[in-house]
Ligand binder design. Structure first.
Ligand code: HEC
Length: 202
């Protein structure tokens, strides 16, 4: 069935009311009661709904957890490869496999950039900064319960993953000093994109 002209006009009028355009806007619906409804609601609404709470410094700090490539933002703590193996087998193995290569989720171990592609990229083959492991794991892993690892456990599991990737020795210990000092194999696989736009895009 084709819509009638009247139905189309009505639909367009509703869209204008929905957008709460100025009353004298072209196409303002002839039926002023539509506009009354649209304009009356904000005045009747309470100034505050009572939701939420003050964003105190302590609350903001709980979310302000980003770790920069140079290590800025890393917390105190430390962990070894051996300790990290225990963490990995407890919290990560179900999804990343006993050696970090089996899955079923992202493959964490490997040095070839294309090894786990498509679907995932390996830490050894793709990640340019070791510090990103802290940032990412502390906010996102284990996937179903992120936030359960202590800083010591996070440093430890990072040491284990880096060791599995052949990046640090079996007796390595990761902390806020040693982690930023790790040179990732993939660091030089990235270039700074300093293009300005326009004709420079190539
Ligand atoms: C319930 C399943 C699950 C568990 C448990 C889990 N992960 Fe993951 N992990 C995932 C999934 C799914 C992804 C891919 C997420 C995405 O791409 O958004 C992922 C991605 C990752 C990545 C990024 C891989 C890459 O190269 O992109 C790292 C690192 C990682 N997980 C580490 C861990 C660590 C460490 C643990 C244990 C503390 C853990 N994961 C536990 C499911 C899981």
């Amino acid at each position: 069935m084709r819509p009638t002209a009247a139905a189309v006009t009505l639909a367009a009028s509703w869209m204008l009311v929905g957008c709460a355009g100025p009353a004298d806007a072209p196409g303002t619906p002839a039926d002023e009661s539509f506009a009354d409804i649209a304009y009356a609601l904000p005045e009747q609404a309470p100034r505050r709904f009572g939701f939420g709470a003050e964003a105190s410094a302590a609350r903001v700090a709980r979310w302000d957890t980003d770790v920069k490539p140079d290590g800025e933002g890393l917390p105190a703590g430390k962990g070894t490869v051996a300790e990290g193996e225990v963490v990995f087998m407890t919290y990560c193995v179900a999804c990343h496999g006993p050696t970090g290569t089996e899955g079923p989720n992202d493959v964490l171990v490997g040095s070839d950039p294309w090894e786990a592609w498509p679907g995932s990229v390996t830490v050894g083959g793709y990640w340019p900064y070791a510090t990103t492991l802290y940032d990412y794991i502390s906010r996102a892993m284990p996937q179903l319960t992120p936030g359960v690892l202590t800083p010591n456990q996070t440093y430890a599991v990072i040491a284990y993953i880096l060791h599995r990737n052949g990046v640090v020795a079996a007796d390595a210990e990761m902390d806020a000093q040693t982690l930023p000092a790790v040179i990732m194999p993939a660091r030089d696989r990235f270039v700074v994109d300093d293009r300005q736009g326009g004709s420079q895009i190539r």
